[in-house]
Design a protein around this ligand. Sequence first.
Ligand code: HEM
Length: 511
Amino acid sequence: MAILLQDLSLTSKGILAFFALYIVYQIVRLSAQFYRHNSIIKKNGCKPVATYPHRDPIFGLDIFLENSKLTKTGGFWDRVRERYLALDCWTFSQLLLGTRVINTAEPENIKAMLATQFKDFELPPRRKEALQPIFGHGIFTTDGKEWEASRALLRPNFSRNQIADIETFEHHVSAMISWIPKDETTVDLQELFFMLTLDSATEFLFGKSTSVLEGDVTNEEGVKFGEAFNYATARMSLQTRLGKLAVILPDKKFKDSVNLIHEYVQNYVQKALHKKSLTLETPGEANSRRYVFLEELAKTGYSEKKIQDELLNILLAGRDTTAGLLSYLFHYLARRPDVFDKLRAEVVALGNDQPTFEDMKGMKYLQYCLNETLRMQPIVPSNFRFAIKDTTLPVGGGPDGKSPIFVKAGTQVNYQVYVMHRRKDLYGEDALEFKPERWENLRPSWHFLPFNGGPRICIGQQFALTEASYATIRILQAFKRIEPRDSSILTEAMTLTMAPRNGVKVGLIPA
Ligand code: HEM
């Protein structure tokens, strides 16, 4: 008994010693951290950033619950903008389920994260956790060396020759136009735009289109793929926002959709790899055939899984975005006959032929309209980065918001392009008006960022603008007028990107 008691007291002494050591260790660690942080703050003249006055100062549930509601009803991004206006600053910190994050709508801060201090920031773990189960390790879901390798692999496939495959666009755009009623009855153009971008992106990537616009019942597989893709991306958007919380909401349909997506793409990748192993092409043959992204990747010797991942990454990045841009553009065109007429005059000057790449480049007003749509409705309205070391951002500190701010390693910084694009101090008092003419004198810089900037700038920008321009020109050649058939207030539907919540219901009058 005495030995047992002695043992116990030895054990408790051991535990006490362990705790004492742990406390000393923590004191030393925190003091060193405090010293390190303070020296960065002093050296850079950092000042405190404004903080959001939460009603729940522990978890910030007030914003979280309000945001969850707005995701369902729309009005999310306008409310985010109002929070900035109420605080009268363009950078502030808030709580996200108990963790402090920084929000910014300052071009200088965004430029620092995306370009000048690129190495201090990465994608947040939440984005990777949500996307990697479906999209694996590809350009859109990785960082560091892995991302560099993806970017180097994919970049050459986005050269002008590849993206200017006007014949492919023509095929899908004319299939889409055939769905637009010629008797002026109402049509939801947004539905057609989402079908168009799925068909054209899958053709460009896999060499075989989902052909959902062909209305071909034999192509049930493509239609199912489209549905599964829509469902999976909507669910992933929830996961990106909620993080691990989303995992407690089991979803069989999501699992089934992911399996279907993988099987569909695997099938094409296997076919391409098999074809490559059977054929040896002469350069002449290679020049004369149609460009297929997957076939080019198959030549690189990368594994089947890697190729599948990259294809899905590009489909994710490229499909909804271009459809969103076209949807918003036609929303505005339907409500602004002055803009429609001016744009149509530029289109009509081309005649009725298929526009060439050069024609499209020369259409100034079309470019103004696309820029203005992307300014008012940046399809990726907000994005985030994660500080991987203690660092600073150039502005947002002090009462005037002009001093640098300290950003602790592990902090998430959200940058709201939507808010920045509507700043009156950057765009003038008419910043909330859709006004393509403003682009006559505006030069895009870091305050206009629909495609991101720096090393991770959108790789498909030219593809998107070419497809959107081509579709717009062909529609305006075929129809001389457009009428809105929906009086609801414009608000957004949020998935990983955004698009008009109520679609784009219009009537079109044939030319
Ligand atoms: C209007 C249409 C589009 C918009 C507004 C848009 C916007 C963006 C934005 C904001 C990013 C940065 C995302 C981030 O780093 O977090 C991005 C990246 C990317 N985009 Fe686009 N995009 C569009 C169309 C396309 C198209 C058509 C493709 C491909 C066919 C594409 C492929 C990509 C890829 C692969 C990335 C990742 C680049 C990297 O991380 O290195 N995008 N895009």
